[in-house]
Ligand binder design. Sequence first.
Ligand code: GGG
Length: 360
Amino acid sequence: MNQYEIALIAGDGVGQEVVPAGLRVLQAVGELTDSFRLSATSFDWGCEYYLKHGRMMDADGLVRLAAFDAIYLGAVGSPGVPDHVSLWGLLLPIRQGFDQYINLRPIRLLEGIVGPLRDKGPRDIDFVVVRENSEGEYSGHGGRSHRGRTMEVATQTTVFTRTGVERVVRYAFQLAQQRGVKQEKPLISATKSNAQQYASVFWDEVCIEVARKYSDVPWRSMLVDALAALMVLHPERLDVVVGSNLFGDILTDLGGALQGSLGLPASANLNPERRYPSMFEPVHGSAPDIAGQGIADPLATIWAGSMMLDHLGEHTAANLVMRAVERVVAQARVRTPDLGGTNTTDQVAGAVIEELSKAK
Ligand code: GGG
């Protein structure tokens, strides 16, 4: 029997509701398959912790997290704390400190959901975005001078390193190989090299170099603005997309919208070499407008949990969870308000568990 130690950081707002729901599902599938047990340790880090202690997590937070097999995170952000303080105090230090340089975000319109695009169904919207997760526009380089004066200046520098770009592009090519990408749906690298003559041109050059090693993978570079339009007009032409940290973040929120609700998209922050724990989270934030009502959609967090099981090597259980999510969505019987239902977070998690039990 495999035993995994999971660090839970429910965080802020609806994170407090969706993480316990996700954990229930993961523990249920472990028991049903009798293949593993998850032992969870909760950390009360987040904005409330910040307001009490002046920091988003303990000073030795990364040292403590390093001992876990994986991290299951809810959401970060609260109206009482500036967003850049909460993000740079918790989420980004974990991604950077644990060199989780891949942010994997599957975009799928599930059967049973009417997405916002007329004439586009589940077969048209099924791709993966590989977001660079350690540098780029999120490198933290920059500063502010002359505060409060007319000459006040702020800089935020995009940092691309050869190592950083090579490794994420290589990962995307390998993923494209596994998915068997076709000429009509080539791997797409998001760029903005017409305007960003240094950083994006460098990104493109590294892509060309990496691509030489994957001559069986059709690929092309596309301006990120054109790519955003393509996602809306012809999502069926997408299979694997790779992009910088900010491009990937923005494109995947658009992707989430294509999925019919931001309550659905999941993401995995991966350290592929497994030198550090990887982290799994819903794409959505803390949603303060609905927090505390017990109506947040737990499906993104459950989906992220399935990605966590996959990463841990529990492929059968990961699959069972995903199939159960698909069935619950397709039946349209138990849904939270974001998908037009009246059910609660716990009822949706319960419905997923019920489907798991039927599959056994
Ligand atoms: N689920 C984690 C969360 O709260 N994400 C909100 C957010 O602002 N994320 C920023 C990012 O992924 O770059």
